[in-house]
Write a protein that binds this ligand. Structure first.
Ligand code: FE2
Length: 238
C-alpha cells in the first residue's frame, strides 16, 4: 500500500462504519448520489483555493491556521464522499476529473481578500445546509451520520470566515462597505470551478436570511441598508 493510502486510511476510514452501510438504500436515491458527486468535486478543489488565500494573508497566523484547518477538513469531505460513492456503486469522480476541474478554474489568483472571505463564509453556510438537507432526506443511516458531521464542520468554517471579517472591520471601519459590496455580489465558491450548481432544496429563502444576518453581525447594520444606499435617489429630492 502506498504511504498516502495508509495515512488516508488511518485518518479517515474509521469515521464511517463501512460494513454497516445499507448499499441498497443508498442506491434507491440516485438524485442524492448525484448531489454528493457534485459536492465531492467542489471539495476536491477547496484545499487549492485555501492555498491561494494563504498567499494573501501569509503573515496572519490566525487566518493561515483557519485556512489550513479548512483545507484539511475539505480534503476529508472529498476523500470520504468519493469513497462512499465508490462503496455504493455511485458515479464517483475519477482522478482525471479532479485534475480537469482544477484546470477549468478561473486561472487567475484571487486578490480581494474581503470578497473572498465573504464568498467563503456564505459558501460554507450553504454547504452546511446542503449536507444537512441531504442527510435528512437519505434513507441510508451511515450517510446521514457522515453528513451531519460535515454540516457541523461547515458551520465552524463559516464562523471562521466571519470572525476574520469582524476583526478586519474592528481595525478598519472602511471594510464594512467592502463586505456589503461583496455580500450583494455573492458568488458560491463552487461556481469558480463548476458551470452550474445544484440546490439540495427548492426554497433557499431561510438560508439567504441567515447569510444576511451573518453579514449584519460583521458590519453592525442590516444588509438592507446597503441595498437601499445603492438605489437611485428619490427624484423629488433633487
Ligand atoms: Fe468547509
Amino acid at each position: 500500500m502506498r504511504i498516502l493510502d495508509s495515512v488516508n486510511t488511518a485518518i479517515f476510514e474509521g469515521r464511517v462504519a463501512w460494513d454497516a452501510i445499507d448499499v441498497e438504500a443508498a442506491r434507491r436515491s440516485p438524485e442524492l448520489l448525484a448531489l454528493l458527486r457534485e459536492a465531492c468535486l467542489v471539495e476536491s478543489w477547496f484545499p487549492l483555493h485555501m492555498s491561494e488565500l494563504t498567499r494573501l494573508l501569509f503573515d496572519d497566523l490566525e487566518a493561515t491556521a483557519i485556512f489550513t484547518i479548512e483545507a484539511f477538513e475539505a480534503y476529508g469531505h472529498y476523500y470520504l464522499l468519493r469513497r462512499y460513492l465508490q462503496h455504493v456503486g455511485g458515479d464517483a469522480p475519477t482522478d482525471d476529473e479532479v485534475v480537469a476541474l482544477r484546470r477549468s478554474g478561473r486561472g487567475e489568483a484571487p486578490t480581494d481578500i474581503v470578497r473572498e472571505l465573504v464568498n467563503f463564509m456564505g459558501t460554507e453556510l450553504f454547504a452546511a445546509d446542503f449536507f444537512e438537507t441531504i442527510g435528512a432526506r437519505s434513507e441510508e443511516p451511515e450517510l446521514s451520520r457522515m453528513l451531519s458531521r460535515f454540516a457541523r464542520e461547515e458551520l465552524v468554517h463559516s464562523d471562521f470566515a466571519k470572525g476574520l471579517l469582524q476583526r478586519m472591520v474592528a481595525s478598519d471601519p472602511e471594510v464594512v462597505r467592502r463586505v456589503e459590496e461583496a455580500a450583494l455580489g455573492f458568488e458560491h465558491l463552487g461556481s469558480y470551478v463548476l458551470p452550474s450548481l445544484s440546490n439540495a432544496k427548492r426554497d433557499n429563502i431561510a438560508l439567504i436570511q441567515r447569510f444576511s444576518r451573518a453579514i449584519a453581525e460583521i458590519t453592525g447594520r442590516p444588509l438592507s441598508d446597503a441595498i437601499l444606499a445603492e438605489q437611485p435617489g428619490d427624484p423629488d429630492d433633487s
